[in-house]
Design a protein. Structure first.
Length: 643
């Protein structure tokens, strides 16, 4: 029966029939309306629009509106399809950005397609748009609207709680958390777990960023992966990968020095840092369960609304271990000088009775010992210093520079007779320096002061020693290191103070070329001179070569390292920076070649700025060059393999 046939039977025009069928019949008399309706009923007429709708219903289409949660939209759709296709349903998917507007718009579009049911990824109640449509919600939040209909959820908040509880259970008390802003509920869940556990557990640091790029650019890794924390919760596998590569470049071993857990799992986590433990987020299972529930609702096997949480589970891969204070507390002890540096900028260093006019003057904390201690502290080393200062304003400033940079100063004593040491540093236009040191109180550091602080030797693994102190103090320091099994790193700045019999107790001798030539005079090549030092019992010799980099010689290696690509303005303290970075890197468990490359970069950064202690890089600064350091390291390793 067509509209024309109905119109002919009722003796009206087809447009009158159409108006009545579509409810636009205000201008039509009630008598005509009733006549047309009774013919429609008698002949069981189905208007085309409704016919089309019913046909669609027969096609059994299900609308799916998804956000790309954790990049899992593809897998979720597959799970839904696997549930639906065998039951005769097909999906019409829409991936939206997750904003309420984008979801509402997608729902409107779906409505016009006359679907049988709808699966929506949202925590907003969209009942106003879905009206009489069978709808099931899925969400990664347990904070959804209470008026919302049937909902399947897995909770990122609970995932954060589960991750924190796992770490707390392992003995961690100082956690950090890095998440995308849209996943902040992970952080809130972790904080709740810490709160519940109570002191001393706390969230020591956290970072939320709009994107992974923002997290990196805003220093999220440096904020959350440092000495103040023993474990980090990563809001996604992508964040976990970034944390692992940052930790590896910073010499932080996972899990011994840092435990790591990822919220969300993926295959790549099996293969980084020996495997990363993860909270599994079963998005696919949630999608499948929601799809099956929707089909049951459509076939009226289920009518009541349901709220169902999908349980989370932990995949343990060994990236969590108890916090290891011993490993993190590998100690560095510095025994050496503390000077106030008076630096004069000159075009040329005066010679032979010449007078030069300085272009600038700077007074800044220095001294080889002080520089090495501050350098180690800035890079996150666990460092103490034994040294001697005068009771004068310089002494107070030098002391403050140590404490400002996390150096344990229990071994620093104030001399009641002598002034603090001073160094007069001349810098020429190429950044090269010449130094005259007035030792002052430094010379009164003696063996008795070392004995007073013997406990620092007992606790230490490395002792950084330089020779602007008395020969007696230097010799005592080496003997105490020997007694307490501490590895000595010696900068032989004043060779006359070094009894050659002590060389056999030196693990790392780090001279520049001039110093090497004073220890082994003559025209022999570097390789031979360093070889002779090995014969005298030195374990490793590293000759710093300024712009040409450095040379490492030990029983296994003979390697030239290029310098880092920086332009020097003031080379003062470059070697101190090198030595402190080497010690920190080794103390954090890195192997020697990597540590030398790391030290090369630290020294390179230092000489780009005037002064020393101000110019020494901290962990954040050297972190900027992490990938360059790794590249140089890989290159040197592959060259080594070839030879
Ligand atoms: O190595 C540089 C240092 O040598 C300067 O800070 C100066 O004090 C001298 O000790």
């Amino acid at each position: 029966m067509t509209i024309q046939e109905i119109a002919a039977l009722a003796n009206v025009s087809p447009s009158t029939v159409s108006k009545i069928v579509n409810g636009k019949d205000k201008d039509i008399s009630e008598t005509t309306r009733q006549r047309v309706l009774s013919i429609i009923e008698e002949y069981n007429y189905v208007p085309y629009s409704r016919y089309r709708k019913d046909e669609r219903r027969k096609q059994r289409l299900i609308g799916v509106i998804l956000k790309d949660v954790y990049s899992r939209a593809g897998q979720m759709l597959r799970s839904m399809e696997q549930a639906m296709i065998p039951r005769g349903y097909n999906l019409i998917p829409r991936i939206v950005d997750g904003s309420p507007e984008s979801i509402a718009e997608a729902v409107r579009q779906m409505q016009s397609l006359n679907i049988s049911g709808l699966l929506i990824c949202s925590d907003q109640d969209l009942g106003a748009y879905t009206a009489d449509l069978n709808t099931v919600y899925i969400t990664e939040s347990n904070d959804f609207s209470s008026s919302q209909g049937s909902t399947f959820y897995l909770s990122l908040y609970d995932a954060g709680k589960l991750a924190a509880a796992r770490l707390i259970g392992e003995g961690h008390t100082r956690l950090s958390c890095i998440v995308l802003k849209e996943h902040s509920s992970i952080l809130y869940g972790a904080e709740e777990a810490l709160r519940r556990h109570g002191e001393p557990c706390r969230m020591e640091a956290w970072h939320t960023g709009e994107s992974m790029d923002d997290i990196i650019a805003e220093g999220g890794l440096e904020d959350c992966v440092n000495d103040s924390v023993t474990a980090v919760i990563c809001g996604s596998p992508e964040i976990a990968r970034a944390v692992c590569s940052y930790a590896s470049a910073a010499g932080i071993c996972i899990p011994h020095m840092l435990s790591v857990i990822s919220i969300g799992d993926e295959t790549s986590l099996k293969y980084i840092s020996g495997g990363i433990t993860a909270v599994e987020l079963p998005f696919e299972e949630m999608a499948e369960r929601a799809a099956l529930y929707l089909l049951d609702t459509i076939s009226q096997r289920k009518s009541a609304e349901a709220t169902k949480s999908v349980p989370l589970s932990l995949v343990d891969r060994g990236s969590i271990s108890p916090p290891a204070p011993a490993a993190r507390e590998t100690n560095i002890l510095v025994v050496g000088s503390l000077n106030m540096d008076i630096t004069l900028e000159l075009s040329d260093i005066p010679v032979d009775g010449e007078t030069q006019i300085a272009g600038g003057i700077l007074t800044l904390p220095g001294g080889k010992g002080g520089n090495q201690a501050v350098g180690s502290g800035k890079l996150g080393g666990n460092v103490s210093m034994i040294g001697r200062l005068g009771k004068d304003p310089d002494g107070r400033l030098l002391h403050k520079s140590l404490t400002d940079n996390q150096v344990n100063v229990e071994g620093i004593e104030f001399d009641s007779v002598n002034d603090s040491g001073k160094a007069f540093v001349y810098i020429d236009r190429n950044g090269e320096n010449t130094i005259v040191v007035y030792p002052g109180a430094n010379l009164c550091l003696d063996g008795r002061q070392l004995v007073r602080h013997e406990s620092l030797f007992q606790k230490s693994n490395y002792c950084l020693l330089s020779l602007e102190i008395s020969a007696e103090a230097a010799t005592s320091a080496i003997q105490m290191c020997r007694a307490h099994n501490v590895q000595v790193m010696l900068k032989p700045s004043a060779v006359d103070k070094l009894d050659s019999s002590l060389l056999s107790h030196i693990h790392y001798l780090i001279p520049n070329e001039r110093e090497l030539n004073r220890i082994i005079p003559g025209e022999l090549p570097l390789e031979e001179k360093t070889g002779m030092l090995l014969e005298k019992g030195v374990r490793n010799v590293i000759v710093t070569l300024g712009k040409r980099g450095c040379y490492l010689r030990n029983s296994e290696h003979s390697i030239y390292f290029p310098s880092a690509p920086f332009t020097a303005v003031d080379t003062t303290g470059g070697a101190d920076s090198f030595i402190s970075a080497l010690a920190v890197c080794l103390s954090q468990g890195q192997e020697l070649i990597y540590s030398v490359v790391y030290a090369t970069y630290a020294a390179g950064i230092t000489v780009t700025r005037y002064g020393v202690q101000e110019a020494l890089p901290d962990r954040k600064t050297i972190g900027i060059y992490r990938s360059d350091i790794e590249k140089m390291y890989e290159k040197i390793i592959s060259q080594e393999k070839e030879t």
